[in-house]
Design a binder for this molecule. Structure first.
Ligand code: FAD
Length: 378
């Protein structure tokens, strides 16, 4: 793996960093405090090509690859994790449609996701009683003439209230993972109801909603991929999504580390900066080392995916390690900030709240360990 960035990767990283520093970071506290969905900021990201980084240029994407996407996600997450998760899911939806869609589906949706004409895309796999085990889903789709009729409920759907297109999984065959298909449901389709946004611990500027589908009728052409072939699409999308979430975790934790270093230099106790105490120095050393290790794991997974090589285990390892590292690092950042770490005015407490979900969504840490262990034992 080449650790040097290509010109394109460095350019994407720089434009994401500039926009994140100039526009996203100054709004991050308000976004969190007032649960403000960052609509205008998302349009700015789209204008920079960051809502479809790894979507081919002929479909309106940046065509910049997986490593560039991971780097951009780190930069945006460093500024605002709420904005970053919205960006991550939209990128994932664009990639899924570009990869598995028909020409008609690709040409219809990808340019709108990339340009910001769709505020966001959504990925609706989880259900109230099926998260880690999507094979247990209850949502159904039945064929009715030249249409599919979808009935069921989805839970915790990121950007569900704003999505131009939602990738929805539903049961079309027998029980288990083999009878699941995947559909493209446009926002506003009759029969699709968006529930009340969740009141979350973190990512408070992102939109997380339950969806209800009641006799929701979509054309036959809304089927994505093969009938009963939807589970494979979900797993492949999640493998890629895990690279995005590892990047999110790294970005949030980097912000926590940077702020901790600054605080440790500024804050005095016993007549000297707390950065002079070895107890604080060791925390900072561990935070930096673990974060760099997480970054390398994430870059390895991204690089494998970019080169078309198997990357499922490596994406799980990156997501597992980066998310658990982020929680540890952000927790230490609160500790270094002392009492101020517990106060809203300082970003440290937001970082901890934002980081916490990264060990849960796109597959919990327990699920990542199952994926990794299976491939180690095989
Ligand atoms: C803010 C937020 C945004 C989200 N966005 C989306 C989205 O956009 N789209 C979407 O589809 N979903 C989304 N999710 C849902 C998320 O992916 C699920 O919450 C997650 O997959 C876990 O599922 P669950 O909550 O049902 O937990 P469960 O599956 O009920 O698990 C509960 C606990 O049991 C453990 N567990 C379960 N099975 C096993 C096992 N076999 N071995 C060991 N331990 C096990 C889990 O690891 C966990 O600790 C989001 C969630 C949140 C909180």
């Amino acid at each position: 793996m080449d650790l040097e960035l290509t010109e394109t990767q460095a350019l994407v990283q720089k434009s994401a960093r500039d926009f994140a520093t100039r526009v996203i970071a100054p709004a991050a506290h308000e976004t969190d405090e007032h649960e403000r969905f960052p609509k205008e900021i998302l349009k700015g990201l789209a204008d920079l090509g960051l809502m479809a980084v790894n979507v081919p240029e002929e479909l309106g994407g940046a065509g910049a690859g997986v490593v560039a996407y991971a780097l951009a996600m780190q930069e945006v997450s460093r500024a605002c994790a709420s904005t970053a998760v919205t960006m991550a899911v939209t990128n994932m939806v664009g990639e899924v449609i570009a990869r598995f869609g028909t020409d008609e589906q690709r040409n219809k949706h990808c340019p709108k996701l990339a340009s910001g004409e769709y505020v966001a895309g959504s990925f609706a796999l989880s259900e109230p009683e099926a998260g880690s085990d999507p094979g247990g889903m209850r949502t159904t789709a039945r064929r009715d003439g030249d249409a599919w009729v979808i009935d069921g409920a989805k839970q915790w759907i990121t950007s569900g209230a704003y999505a131009g297109v939602i990738v929805v999984w539903a049961r079309t065959g027998g029980p288990g993972t083999k009878g699941i298909s995947c559909f493209l449901v446009e926002g506003g389709t009759p029969g699709l109801r968006v529930g009340k946004p969740e009141d979350k611990m973190g990512l408070r500027g992102s939109n997380t909603v339950p969806l209800e589908l009641e006799r929701c009728r979509v054309p036959a052409s809304a089927l994505l991929g093969e009938e009963n072939g939807g589970f494979k699409i979900a797993m492949m999308a999640l493998d890629g999504g895990r690279i995005g979430i590892s990047s999110q975790a790294i970005g949030v934790a980097r912000a926590a580390l940077d702020e901790s270093v600054q605080y440790a230099k500024d804050r005095k106790a016993f007549g000297k900066p707390i950065a002079d105490f070895q107890a604080i120095q060791w925390k900072l050393a561990n935070m930096k080392t673990e974060l760099d290790a997480a970054h390398l794991l994430s870059m390895r997974a991204a690089s494998l995916k970019e080169r078309g090589l198997p990357f499922s285990r490596e994406a799980s390892m990156a997501k597992l390690f980066a998310s658990e590292t982020a929680v540890r690092v952000c927790n230490e950042a609160v500790q270094i900030h002392g009492g101020y770490g517990y106060i809203r005015e300082f970003a440290a407490e937001r970082h901890l709240r934002d980081a916490r979900v990264t060990t849960i969504y796109e597959g919990t840490s327990e699920v990542q360990r199952i994926v990794i262990a299976r491939s180690v034992i095989a």
